[in-house]
Design a protein around this ligand. Structure first.
Ligand code: 5RP
Length: 218
């Protein structure tokens, strides 16, 4: 199986968590794109979706799935999204696609976070994948200095503007032993919108696409 076939297996397996007549929280990325295709196959049974990015919104709308504004919804049963890394405690690094802030917002109103990944994303310790941090543009240099003090090597993601009009710093060389503490510490830096650690709100269910098919851990 190719990596994309494993992503597809995970994306389609998440369909079993979608209740008839529900509004689903939808993440962003190539694995989620398979989940969106799967949602398209049941779109008449779906009330709609809350989306975490312009890219996912456009794909959902192209399939005829109604988009709800996050502010209209108090609570979602499920939020389905990918990850760049996930550890055994189900903390994640996300934001490879620069959608981390909206992803965190939609995840915050969901009862269950269903993480869909291929088996290359499982790690013992987070940090091999550079940690994305969304930053207000005028704070870029200041936040870069503060992240360096924390032991990281932040690199400005050239040419990328988030859906919220901000920039991304990718922090290399972090060995993240306490994801919750680091998530809080980075979010406390003035000018940081949020960072890609999803530790305070980790995954509840992990669906991993493997060469043998989708493996579900509840
Ligand atoms: C986007 C994300 C994605 O979920 C993450 O980058 C994984 O992407 P993919 O499914 O394409 O491997 O956090 O901001």
């Amino acid at each position: 199986m190719t990596q994309d076939e494993m992503k597809k297996a995970a994306g389609w397996a998440a369909l079993k968590y979608v209740e008839k007549g529900s509004i689903v929280g939808v993440g962003t990325g190539s694995t989620v794109n398979h989940f969106i295709d799967a949602l398209g196959s049941i779109k008449d049974d779906l009330k709609g979706a809350v989306s975490s990015s312009i890219a996912s919104t456009e794909k959902l709308q192209a399939l005829g799935i109604k988009i709800y504004d996050c502010n209209e919804i108090e609570q979602l049963d499920i939020y389905v999204d990918g990850a760049d890394e996930i550890n055994p405690e189900r903390s994640m690094i996300k934001g490879g696609g620069a959608a981390l802030t909206r992803e965190k917002i939609v995840a915050a109103i969901a009862n269950k976070f269903i993480c869909i990944v291929d088996d290359t994303k499982a790690v013992e310790v987070l940090g091999q994948f550079p940690l994305p941090v969304e930053v207000i543009p005028m704070a870029r240099a200041y936040v870069t200095r503060e992240l360096t003090k924390l032991g990281g090597s932040p690199i400005y993601r050239e040419g990328v503007v988030t859906d919220n009009g901000n920039i991304i710093l990718d922090v290399h060389n972090l060995h993240i032993n306490d994801p919750k503490a680091l998530e809080s510490q980075i979010n406390a830096i003035t000018g940081v919108v949020t960072n890609g650690l999803f530790a305070h709100r980790g995954a509840d269910v992990v669906i991993t696409g493997t060469a043998q098919g989708a493996k579900i851990e509840e």
